[in-house]
Ligand binder design. Structure first.
Ligand code: ZN
Length: 739
């Protein structure tokens, strides 16, 4: 079957497959004609694509008022995205306010208060064989201080060829300093007097380095070699958050700078026909553009960390008129099923947060080495294939990424100290959307699970640790990745929930109405905690007077207060967890038939447990873990290999493919010393590289498993398939020298 043709046909047509190369489109004549008229861009695509294939058109005729077209198409090695929607209503082009002249982002060498990126165009030629990018970047800067003789950009592992300006006849001189800094080097460009005025235009020609190295240190680009996991073609993708954009383009790599951007991207032969996707709108090629290149535009100003692209043997499936999913052929149908409700989620998100300004919302399912759950790249959320659980139970990650369309992408944190401005607001929106979709019990489940995660993180570091404050204490030239934790997410959510509770209790007003105002007022801008507090105090002066903002924002350790949540589903899960732990205290080790005794005394029968929402099962496992951890401080519980084995038998724990449940279960089993699950762990860490799962599992194996070398041996075998960011973190965890 030619998928290529299926995408071009209007959905109203019935498509029937005759053979691998021969396809019928069947539909009423009037429908066929209307599909050519509206919408205009779609008919143009269809007509153009049919023209492209005209040599293959073998017949077309009407019979019984139906039009029949038969085509013989070659079986393509890849499905080109030429039929993907290209044009959309124009996006807003609001201007961004530059920061104060004295502003510095500790994780950037740039001075955005002196020069401010106003427009960026990238011309990228990707070579999967040498694992390099040959590129030209074109910039337009606002000059905010005419006395400034030097423009400073962030770079990491880039070979700069030339720097030119159309307003100056000679190449500009430059130096690169601080190259060994954890935040990369500072590219300092000398500006002759005639370039110290707006608009300052520059053109930098450069190549990314790290040739042949599978994981160039600190790089944004992950080059995956041809393997069955990549559908037997090279696959590449970027991950620029937090400070990795500087490894693919010299830039003011700080979220304080937001600019519209465009790009022309091509791939070197023989891979030049592989589809390319990007965090921008796909637009038609210009005259003179390289053949097989793809052109993109993003007119909404975005920070550099949201620039993203990927290539590979990708296919796409339509989810709605504005949503689609891209994935490798082996999982694309599974992905289509899993994400079928994305349009509904987007609509609820708009009800909660306001108008969706970005036009399209597409998803890209990455190969298993993607180190995160999802990345909110605008227009095109990147997600881990571990979300494809087959039961749609993990799509809340997509709700999280959709929520970033307002929190983070529309209103961005000004620098990484204020990451909670992105993540805390996103979690708040995410849980409000899930509450609308699934009820308040679901919000309670997520909120309590978040608190548990946060509490164990704070406990593991100690309540006085600097990583536990909401506004991070990131210092100059420290890597923001080191501060990445649940704190901006969960403490941020708890803070906003506390404000919501106080506002609704004392004024009866809808806090989410205020959040909508906040997003509208600050849209397209970068914002700090202070900006938010200022707006809050302006709107709710009396409530604001009673809140200890300083402790919330800068205090370390636990949250000062916690808002009440709906705990009905959590209570049932907690009760069952206590039930399990108590049973093991009551039934001695030498009990003859512990399994049947336990089964009889469980307050939730195994058959009932199977019907629980996966999130509630997860809550049960986390409650069990919390009870065991608390027991180490003196309570009487008994969690051992025998208990874990009985739970495995009764609840069939080994069968779960929902990655969150599987993760929580194997950690509990390792803690119990129930090592029958070790093959499950090996398979889990070998089949994906999501840091949320693999880092704690390697840590557990390192600490818990009796053969102390297993963690390092296993890591050595899975290493080639992991992303450089995950490698860096696990090597640090296991005290392995970075190679
Ligand atoms: Zn997020």
């Amino acid at each position: 079957m030619s998928e290529d043709l299926m995408h071009r046909a209007d959905a109203r047509f019935e498509i029937c497959q005759e053979s691998r190369t021969r396809t019928h489109i069947q539909g009423p004549k009037s429908h066929f004609h209307s599909s050519f008229r509206a919408p205009q861009h779609r008919s143009t695509n269809l007509a153009r694509n049919l023209r492209k294939r005209q040599g293959s058109l073998i017949f077309s005729h009407f019979r019984n008022s139906k039009l029949y077209i038969g085509l013989v198409l070659p079986v393509p090695s890849v499905v080109m995205p030429s039929d993907f929607p290209e044009t959309h209503p124009p996006l807003p082009t609001d201007r961004v306010k530059p920061p104060q002249p004295s502003f510095r982002d500790p994780a950037s060498h740039s001075y955005p208060g002196l020069h401010f990126t106003d427009q960026l165009h990238l011309d990228l030629h990707l070579d999967p064989t040498s694992k390099t990018i040959t590129a030209k970047a074109f910039y337009r800067f606002l000059v905010l201080d005419a006395a400034s003789e030097v423009l400073t950009l962030d770079v990491r592992s880039l070979d700069i060829d030339t720097i030119r300006s159309p307003s100056h006849p000679d190449p500009l001189s430059y130096t690169i300093s601080n190259e060994s800094s954890p935040i990369g080097g500072a590219l300092q460009v000398s500006l002759p007097p005639q370039l110290r005025v707006t608009p300052l235009q520059l053109e930098i020609t450069y190549t990314t380095s790290g040739t042949g190295a599978p994981h160039p240190a600190g790089g944004a680009m992950d080059w995956l070699s041809t393997s069955p996991a990549t559908a037997d073609a090279p696959f590449g993708f970027t991950q620029c958050q937090a400070i990795h954009a500087r490894s693919i383009v010299p830039c003011q790599d700080t979220p304080a700078v937001k600019a519209p951007y465009s790009a022309l991207v091509s791939i070197a032969a023989p891979f030049d026909t592989l589809p390319i996707v990007m965090s921008a709108q796909r637009v038609p090629l210009h005259q003179g553009d390289r053949a097989n290149a793809s052109r993109f535009e993003c007119n909404v100003p975005i920070p550099s960390y949201l620039i993203a692209f990927a290539f590979g043997k990708l296919e796409w499936r339509k989810l709605s008129s504005r949503c689609a999913v891209w994935a490798l052929p082996s999982v694309v149908e599974k992905a289509k099923w899993e994400f079928e409700n994305v349009e509904q989620m987007l609509q609820v998100a708009e009800e909660v947060a306001g108008r969706y300004v970005w036009g399209r919302y597409d998803l890209l399912v990455l190969p298993p080495s993607f180190p995160y759950g999802g990345m909110e790249n605008p227009f095109l959320t990147f997600v881990t294939p571990t979300l494809l659980s087959g039961d749609r139970s993990l799509v809340s990650v997509v709700v999280h990424e959709i929520s970033h369309s307002w929190a983070g992408n529309l209103v961005s944190c000004q620098d990484w100290r204020h990451l909670w401005v992105n993540e805390g607001f996103t979690v708040k929106l995410e849980r409000r959307i899930l509450k609308r979709l699934y009820g308040s019990g679901r919000e309670g489940l997520d909120a309590i699970a978040g608190r548990q995660t946060m509490n164990s993180f704070i406990k593991s570091l100690g309540a006085g640790h600097k990583y536990t404050s909401l506004v991070s204490k990131l210092e100059a030239e420290e890597d923001p990745d080191d501060y990445f934790s649940c704190i901006p997410y969960e403490k941020g959510y708890s803070f906003l929930s506390w404000l919501e509770y106080c506002v609704e209790r004392e004024t009866g007003e809808d806090f989410h109405e205020f959040l909508r105002t906040y997003f509208t007022k600050n849209r397209y801008q970068s914002s700090t905690s202070v900006d938010f507090i200022h707006l809050f105090k302006e709107k709710f002066p009396e409530v604001g007077d009673k809140i200890d903002f300083d402790t919330w924002l800068h205090g370390v350790g636990q949250c000062p207060d916690l808002a009440p949540v709906d705990t009905s589903l959590v209570d049932a899960a907690t009760d069952l967890a206590r039930n399990w732990l108590t049973l093991f205290v009551e039934f001695p080790e030498d009990s003859e038939d512990a399994k049947s005794l336990i089964e009889k005394n469980l307050r939730v029968r195994p058959s009932e447990f199977q019907k629980w929402d996966p999130k509630q099962k997860l809550c049960f496992l986390y409650e069990l873990r919390a009870g065991i951890d608390a027991a180490e401080e003196g309570d009487e519980v008994n969690w051992n290999a025998r208990a874990a084995r009985i739970m495995d038998t009764l609840y069939d724990m080994g069968s779960y493919r929902n990655s969150e449940i599987r993760f929580a279960w194997v950690r509990l089993a390792l803690l119990a010393g129930y090592f029958e699950i070790i093959e499950n762990v090996k398979e889990f860490v070998s089949s994906q590289g999501r840091m949320k799962f693999v880092r704690p599992l390697f840590n557990d194996l390192h600490k818990v498993y009796p053969k102390g070398t297993l963690a390092k041996e296993l890591f050595a075998t899975v290493k080639p398939s992991y992303h450089s960011i995950a490698l860096k973190m696990i090597e640090r965890d296991l005290s392995i020298e970075h190679s």
